[in-house]
Design a binder for this molecule. Structure first.
Ligand SMILES: C[S@@+](CC[C@H](N)C(=O)[O-])C[C@H]1O[C@@H](n2cnc3c(N)ncnc32)[C@H](O)[C@@H]1O
Length: 289
């Protein structure tokens, strides 16, 4: 027996059901109902009297119960908005976060007025960074690397979704290894690698749903970034830019590691809207070593 058969009743039931499971229950309820009805949130508000079929009501109930059990909305709808477009997501990839949009903004600000850039997104996951940069830099060649074959399958779908498959080259591999092996250097390295310390990750709800290999940065959270910085001098062109997403409080340590790896580089720590350290920006010296 379902407790609702129209939009306003469905939303009221879902809000109530999610109240203890989510701190964004109204948004979650609306996103999931819009998904089930194949519409948008504005239409739900404009037409609260719209009826649900029995099948739609049953599907909505199923999704809300999964959300109440902790499954992220994006894995239920299969999509997440990032920067200026939607990306397919599955439980094989990290759900793109708004914080990562700061990395995109820093990349596009630096790229303005430059053409034919060679760009790599290291740890591409859904492809959110690679696809967004390729879309905004129409003359760029973009490589997207990940150790996860399943993630690369999702990234491939996202590149194709925006007609960018010819300019986004998806490569399986460890960090910059594929580029080093190909003798390919680049002008811009963008990386949102795992940066959560292993022990801390065990205590976080995010670890229950999103892939551990997207989150676990080793004992102090910096293993992948440390290794990437060791590889960077061999791949980043003179005057090139490296952008590293980091966790709050990691800025000083990562900036020091970057200074050691790229002497003479200009290094800045950028903050997100919450005031947390979020991106380390490293502009390489123009002179080759
Ligand atoms: C934090 S997620 C970021 C995903 C996506 N770039 C984003 O910003 O939403 C990190 C990604 O790095 C990948 N990864 C982890 N270690 C890696 C490594 N050593 N080399 C390449 N990719 C790696 C994971 O599989 C995961 O897809």
């Amino acid at each position: 027996m379902l407790d609702f058969d129209r939009v306003d009743q469905a939303l009221a039931w879902a809000n109530h059901t999610l109240a203890r499971a989510s701190d964004s229950e109204a948004l979650d309820a609306a996103l999931l109902l819009a998904h089930v009805l194949d519409t948008d949130r504005a239409r739900l508000i404009a037409h609260p009297e719209q009826p649900l079929s029995t099948a739609q009501a049953a599907e909505y109930r199923r999704l809300i119960m999964q959300r109440a059990a902790g499954t992220p909305v994006a894995y239920l709808t299969g999509q997440r908005a990032f920067y200026d477009r939607d990306f397919w997501v599955t439980p094989d990839v990290l759900i793109p976060r708004p914080e990562t949009e700061h990395l995109i903004e820093a990349a596009l600000a630096w790229a303005r007025g430059r053409s034919d850039l060679r760009v790599v997104d290291v740890g591409t996951g859904s492809g959110a960074i690679a696809v967004t940069l390729a879309a905004h830099l129409p003359t760029a060649a973009v490589w997207a690397v990940d150790t996860s074959a399943a993630a690369l399958t999702v990234a491939r779908r996202n590149a194709a979704r925006y007609g960018l498959q010819k300019r986004v080259t998806l490569v399986p591999g460890d960090l910059l290894d594929p580029l080093i092996q190909a003798g390919q250097d680049v002008d811009l390295i963008a990386a949102n690698l795992p940066y959560i310390p292993s022990a801390e990750l065990d205590t976080l709800p995010v670890a229950q749903h999103e892939p551990r290999q997207a989150l676990d940065g080793g004992p102090d959270g910096l293993d992948p970034i440390r290794r990437l910085l060791r590889q960077t001098p061999g791949v980043l062109a003179p005057a090139g830019l490296l952008l590293l997403e980091i966790g709050a409080g990691q800025g000083t340590q990562v900036a020091a590691l970057a200074a050691g790896a790229l002497p003479g580089a200009q290094i800045m720590i950028l903050h997100d809207y919450a005031g947390h350290e979020r991106v380390v920006r490293v502009e390489r010296d123009g002179e080759p070593d």
